[in-house]
Design a protein around this ligand. Structure first.
Ligand SMILES: C[S@@+](CC[C@H](N)C(=O)[O-])C[C@H]1O[C@@H](n2cnc3c(N)ncnc32)[C@H](O)[C@@H]1O
Ligand SMILES: [Zn+2]
Length: 365
């Protein structure tokens, strides 16, 4: 049987049991996030496959944790027990359906890492999670609007395949979790969220009480996007009150949502995770740090622009993204890079001022 070394554990890979080496950075960050949540004493990896994520949490988080590692597949269950023994850690191996387990047991922290969409498990995870939750979604096509009908069915929202579709997907998923929690008079506070390669990952603190839940609903809303001139604007509230014409160019605009319009990170938490990863033996340390530092430095303006798409429309040549960001700042706007895309940037500048800035830097060809 092949053995894999990741973080401070070695695990065996069983035939037919899932393991994706490309998710190592995701697991590195998971371990660091749990380490940065001192209120978490009980943890469940509800869809564990080989058990690597939960076993790493048990071994690498430097405090006593009661860890449950669950998978409904019999081969995965056997492998989880084997891998726990191999690493000399005591975890509660479990062989149940995730919804059954989460419906009858509460955990401080619930991790959802399904194949594809987490939508069928969000409700039970919301009932189970007392302190925090981690959610992965790999169904980026439905989330981002490429498979519109599947996205609407799963998330009860209309995604839009805009230039900044990674962020739309993240906010559609976050909006779904917010609405599922709100029905139990609970809320979530986004601690750290990222869209990387083929997946979206959320780390959310759970807050209890009507006051928090009501506040969350106020941060839901709609997105108006003009596919002609790239203008977009946000409209808070659960009832659609947006105009249908683009206020900048008059073209018919598209409405997406409801989705989450609030912050997607807590700066102090992200800083703490950066320190934890910087100090630990993580295999994807450099890459994780680069991404987390970019997230830390992102301005809190929802959605981003893609310089190459704007330049294509303007027939201009893209400049280094840092040069464009500096130029926007020099004009008095806030601007930053974004982890969603190396050629993307966030700014509070109106789209016509962004275009004017690009044209100044690089006149049309
Ligand atoms: C993407 S893999 C998990 C990968 C693992 N968390 C990791 O980091 O390597 C998804 C796993 O969820 C399991 N699974 C799918 N649906 C499930 C359900 N309803 N209840 C419990 N396990 C489930 C599958 O058997 C599979 O092993
Ligand atoms: Zn327009």
């Amino acid at each position: 049987m092949a053995q894999i070394r990741e973080g401070r554990v070695t695990v065996e890979m069983g035939e037919g049991v899932f393991y994706n080496p490309r998710m190592e950075m995701n697991r590195d960050i998971s371990v660091a996030c749990v380490a940065c949540l001192p209120g978490v004493k009980t943890y469940v990896d509800a869809m564990a496959a080989s058990g690597i994520r939960g076993i790493r949490v048990k071994k690498e988080v430097p405090r006593e944790l009661d860890v449950t590692v669950n998978d409904w597949d019999a081969d995965a269950y056997r492998l989880i027990q084997q891998n726990a023994a191999l690493n000399d850690v005591a975890v509660n191996a479990s062989n149940r359906g995730a919804n059954t387990l989460l419906s009858c047991t509460q955990f401080d922290y619930v991790d959802l890492d399904p194949f594809g969409t987490p939508a069928p498990y969000i409700d039970s995870a919301c009932r189970s999670a007392k302190v925090a939750m981690g959610v992965t979604a790999t169904d980026t096509a439905p989330l981002c609007g490429a498979h519109l009908r599947a996205g609407m069915r799963r998330y009860a929202a209309r995604p839009l395949k805009t230039d900044y579709y990674h962020e739309v997907g993240l906010r559609v998923l976050l909006g779904k979790v917010v609405r599922e929690q709100a029905k139990y008079d609970k809320a979530v506070r986004p601690l750290l969220c990222h869209a990387t390669e083929h997946y979206v990952r959320l780390y959310l603190e759970v807050q209890h009480g009507v006051i928090f839940a009501d506040r969350m609903v106020d941060r839901m809303g709609y997105l108006l996007h003009c596919f002609k001139c790239h203008h977009h604007e946000l409209h808070p509230g659960m009832a659609i009150t947006t105009p249908y014409a683009c206020p900048v160019c008059g073209a018919k605009a598209q409405i997406g949502g409801p989705l989450w319009l609030g912050d997607t990170k807590d700066d102090a938490f992200v800083g703490h995770v950066i320190e934890t990863i910087g100090a630990g033996p993580f295999g994807k340390k450099e890459r994780a740090l680069r991404m987390l530092q970019t997230i830390r430095d992102e301005i809190d303006v929802p959605m981003y622009y893609d310089q190459h798409i704007l330049c294509r429309d303007l027939k201009a040549t893209p400049t280094a993204i840092g040069v464009l960001i500096d130029a926007l700042r020099a004009r008095g706007y806030r601007a930053s890079r974004t982890h969603y895309s190396g050629i993307g940037f966030k700014t509070d500048a109106p789209v016509n001022d962004i275009k004017a800035t690009i044209l100044r830097l690089s006149p049309p060809r």
